[in-house]
Unconditional design. Structure first.
Length: 364
């Protein structure tokens, strides 16, 4: 990457945010950030509106060199993101191996450049007859999918030496993903550790709350409604609601239903009561957890410095767009980003203090 492209990557790596006027690129935790950084290493990234943001073409240039070096031999390109496939198809007229007809043409050697997603290259897909060169345009953290994809060419029946290339963007998370694949350490902890090693730790709670506050408020409202309606099962209602086309056994004179019906209703009532208790417990637990998170976030926002409480409140609660914030506070787009970054830093410190206090209580 050149200096400008690397600056964007480092900004995302550091701030977990790339602000754009019509849609930001952001990540709420380490796992999400790893996906964004891998996308940017490939050359493009999805923003919050799923719009593709172009970053660079360096990997496409490297892929072109490898295709030319193949000297006309068929090449299979492994991709991970749809925007990667779109750019590969546009530049090289690559054919995605999805339809049976395309797979057949590849096996017959009629497709110079084919593209395949690792998730579709599962067991039983025999494409080794079509070529022996595999190029990983973008990497995955899944060791299983990585090995399965490689095994589509490197398997019994292959008559050529299989050549597997990896296009690695130097100084990016590509290097960590490749190292994890080589060391066969590709679990969720490996992803988070790799990101933390590069950016010095990720809290994520404050970013998530800024982004998801309205959704959590709506969820809390639904839970309040559910809890207000959570009542026990009325026995008479259960009895009267059970109907049988052919009642069996003697009738219970007082109720007009058979003994079998009454026993069924009693059994149903026991199960329903138990389920009602479990449901109530679940709802109450969810309500308490979300309410605590919302209360702490609101408390933390009030404790921010300077103008930050009002700005963050408008951003998270009132859902002001960046343009609306610029107009209200008479600041630039860059200043909005700086205020957000400062707020997240202060909020992260408060969340870390809360976590520390909780841990101290548990371990006391």
């Amino acid at each position: 990457m050149d200096e400008k492209e690397e600056k964007l990557y480092r900004q995302m790596e550091k701030d977990m945010l790339l602000p754009f006027e019509d849609g930001d690129v952001d990540a709420v935790n380490a796992a999400a950030l790893s996906g964004k950084l891998l996308q940017m290493a490939n050359g493009a990234v999805y923003d919050e509106n799923h719009k593709v943001r172009h970053i660079h073409d360096k990997k496409l240039d490297a892929l072109e060199d490898l295709i030319e070096a193949a000297n006309g031999k068929p090449v299979l390109v492994a991709y991970w993101y749809q925007h990667d496939l779109d750019r590969i198809v546009e530049r090289f007229k690559a054919v995605p191996l999805k339809a049976a007809g395309d797979i057949r043409k590849w096996k017959e050697g009629k497709i110079p450049v084919a593209a395949i997603h690792p998730a579709s290259a599962g067991h039983g897909l025999n494409i080794q007859d079509g070529g022996h060169i595999l190029i990983w345009f973008g990497l995955t953290w899944s060791l299983e999918l990585y090995m399965q994809c490689n095994a589509r060419l490197w398997r019994q029946g292959q008559r050529e030496t299989v050549m597997i290339y990896h296009i690695i963007n130097k100084g990016t998370l590509d290097e960590d993903a490749m190292r994890s694949l080589e060391q066969k350490d590709c679990g969720q902890s490996a992803i988070i550790d790799a990101v933390k090693a590069r950016i010095g730790g990720v809290n994520g709670a404050s970013r998530r709350m800024i982004k998801e506050y309205p959704n959590l408020k709506r969820e809390l409202s639904v839970l309040e409604f559910q809890l207000s309606r959570c009542e026990g099962i009325d026995y008479d209602t259960v009895i009267s609601s059970l109907t049988f086309s052919k009642p069996e056994g003697e009738r219970v004179q007082t109720s007009g239903v058979s003994d079998v019906t009454a026993r069924a209703a009693l059994a149903y009532r026991k199960v329903a009561d138990r389920m009602s208790d479990e449901w109530l417990s679940y709802l109450a637990g969810q309500y308490g957890q979300i309410k605590e998170e919302l209360d702490f976030f609101e408390h933390a926002v009030r404790g921010l410095s300077g103008k930050l409480p009002e700005i963050v409140w408008d951003m998270a609660v009132e859902r002001f767009t960046w343009e609306e914030l610029m107009m209200k506070y008479h600041i630039s787009h860059t200043m909005v980003a700086k205020y957000r970054k400062k707020a997240i830093k202060e909020l992260d410190a408060l969340y870390e203090e809360r976590d520390r206090q909780t841990e101290s209580f548990i371990l006391r």
